[in-house]
Ligand binder design. Sequence first.
Ligand SMILES: [Fe+2]
Length: 192
Amino acid sequence: MNSQTAYFPPFTVDFDLQAGIMLNPDRSKSTRASTMIPYYRDRAAIEALAADGDPVHYEVFEKNIPTEEGHIMICISKLLPGKIGDEFFMTKGHYHQRIATAETYLCLSGEGFMLMKTPEGECRAESFRPGRMVYVPPYWAHRSINTGKTPLITFCNYPAHAALNYGDILTEGFPKLIVDSAQGPALVERGS
Ligand SMILES: [Fe+2]
């Protein structure tokens, strides 16, 4: 056995794939509107939502898996539908602290985009639809965006020692946004 990875017993996880639910998560984390105030272009709109009951924006459900190299973290992300001004509801987004680690997101329900950027500033969006997986390569910060009318539910896997880095992307911001337009969701420059 690898001396760096401790013994750990096998276990199972049950999902309702239709509903996009992890049936026996060990923990969940809810992010509310008030936490999202720095992230949207229309600050007044997100502040108004935070003041109006501060509803949940998104939830993540996880299993207790050791955060050490060799393990794989598994989670369900549930991002609610809605808009802040013309921007669709989104997650904060993050790099991984161990930046050379990838992640997969399999869309179980809903529709939207994964917006990604490199530290050098390249920015790409890939679309989510049920049954489609987005591969987030090493080095790319990533944020989910829900452009539909129902929750965007994704099943995520990443190296358990990756650790999440929210600070750098909060400072940098993503150079592009997904906004509602007459032609539907549109990828635009942040300053436009
Ligand atoms: Fe990630």
